[in-house]
Ligand binder design. Structure first.
Ligand SMILES: *Cc1c(COP(=O)(O)O)cnc(C)c1O
Length: 445
């Protein structure tokens, strides 16, 4: 390679800055780290100052890389499909990767979810779920039911309809006045803690919350299409674990008043909370469910919206007959093939045991953080560990401190959290926990 190319490559981070937007970051924000390789649970990173790190991945690239990086089975599925065809339009055409994936999804999903819409990202699948709920209500004689009831502290994506059901303050609705629809919100459901494998909450807080739920729905049902929620674990809105009884009550009240229940399992789906879908914690089956993130094992962007036959049949029986959505890259064969292989792997690997081992390992290794004066709470559910600080995290300093201890984390707000790949060894998990505790102590004391 000529030296000019090498120099240009060496300055990758400098070239990125001011050129590329990164998620929720200013164009001239803190320098990112450059990834030079990723394999298994390990990332090799380079910093702007030229230093290099080998780090244990504590993030699964935002809940997605559950089988780790460069998994031979997923690599093979992707390359195999690329050798057949990479993409064809889904209008008027179908293909084996999409059909097989939809069959797998409906077999795995909570009872009754029998139809699949393939979307290109989690946010888009939420848009589609919301459209479907509105179309369902109109088709069943309730054209006024166009609103949604969501939870404070929720996160459902970054497109405008998805944003409208995110927490209105965190989601910065005020920045986009006429673009974000006004929805109704319930308070954040009361926190629950894992005790001997059960999620336990304060019974009085649960009763009070359910009371607000019942009164809100009774008053506004005529204008509501659906209740939308992340089951049991609110992710990007605060890593909040809540009482399954609240979810069960939402399902019951929705049914009583003719609202649909949309469960957003984009973060929680495919085993992350210790159950295949987090809805199982409350023994609830939604009318509509969204999955994404781990769907392709972190390889490609793909999400899916599943619904019951009752919902699908109503739309099919309406004058429009169709669900009004159809992205260009709908059902992308590469993404479907790798998703199919990832679900196949989940069926083969002992993920329940892996997640249980990570849960125990995180509970042990994050426990010391609870003794730090800057820490408000430490909580673990499945392969998710959270250290909540009393104040905002110094993200660049904490990221660096963790990297110096061999761990890649990406905190936000007052949360330092981890959701390791399921293939993480006990040593990986111990290193993640110890690295987080030490980095929090070093940066925030
Ligand atoms: C990440 C996430 C989304 C949005 O998914 P994208 O693929 O980023 O559009 C929606 N809902 C939940 C619960 C998520 O965690």
């Amino acid at each position: 390679m000529c030296s000019a190319t090498l120099a240009a490559r060496g300055n990758l981070i400098g070239r990125d800055q001011g050129l590329l937007w990164h998620p929720y970051a200013p164009l001239d924000g803190d320098a990112p780290y450059a990834v030079t390789s990723a394999e298994g649970t390990r990332l090799r990173l380079a910093a702007a100052d030229g230093s290099g790190f080998e780090a244990v991945d504590a993030m699964s690239s935002w809940w997605s890389a559950v089988h780790g990086y460069r998994h031979p089975v997923l690599d093979r599925a992707l390359l195999g499909q690329a050798a057949r065809f990479s993409h064809v339009m889904f209008g008027g055409l179908t293909h084996e990767p999409a059909v097989v994936l939809a069959e797998q999804l409906t077999a795995l999903a909570p009872a009754g979810l029998a139809h699949v819409f393939l979307a290109d990202s989690g946010s888009v699948s939420v848009e589609v779920a919301m459209k479907l709920a509105v179309q369902y209500q109109r088709a069943t004689g309730h054209p006024g039911r166009t609103g949604f009831l969501a939870l404070r502290g929720g996160y459902h994506g970054d497109t405008f309809a998805a944003m409208s059901v995110c927490d209105p303050v965190d989601g910065m609705h005020a920045e986009f006045p006429s673009l974000v629809a006004e929805q109704r919100f319930l308070p954040r459901p009361p926190a629950a803690r894992l005790v001997n494998g059960r999620l336990v909450a304060d019974a009085r807080e649960v009763t009070a919350w359910v009371d607000v739920l019942e009164r809100t729905v009774a008053r506004h049902a005529g204008a509501l299409a659906a209740i939308i929620a992340e089951p049991v674990l609110q992710g990007a809105g605060g890593m909040h674990v809540y009482a399954p009884e609240c979810l069960a009550a939402a399902a019951r009240v929705a049914r009583e008043h003719g609202l649909l229940l949309i469960l957003d399992e984009i973060a929680t789906g495919f085993g992350r909370t210790g159950r295949l879908f987090a809805a199982e914690w409350a023994a609830v089956a939604p009318d509509i469910m969204c999955v994404g993130k781990a769907l392709t094992g972190g390889y490609l962007t793909l999400a899916a919206m599943l619904c019951t036959s009752a919902v699908a049949d109503a739309v099919t029986g309406s004058p429009l007959r169709a669900l009004l959505h159809g992205p260009t890259f709908m059902g992308n064969p590469l993404a479907c093939a790798v998703a199919s292989a990832s679900l196949g792997l989940l069926a083969e690997v002992p993920w329940r045991g892996q997640v249980a081992t990570i849960e125990a390992g995180l509970a042990d290794s994050l426990a010391p953080a609870a003794g730090l004066s800057c820490v408000r709470d430490v909580r673990v559910l499945g392969a998710v560990g959270v250290v909540e600080l009393k104040g905002p995290v110094d993200v660049p300093a904490l990221t660096r401190a963790a990297l110096e201890r061999g761990v890649w984390v990406r905190p936000f707000r007052n949360l330092v959290y981890t959701m390791p790949p399921y293939i993480s060894s006990a040593d990986d998990v111990a290193r993640i926990g110890a690295g987080i505790c030490a980095a929090v102590e070093a940066v925030h004391g």
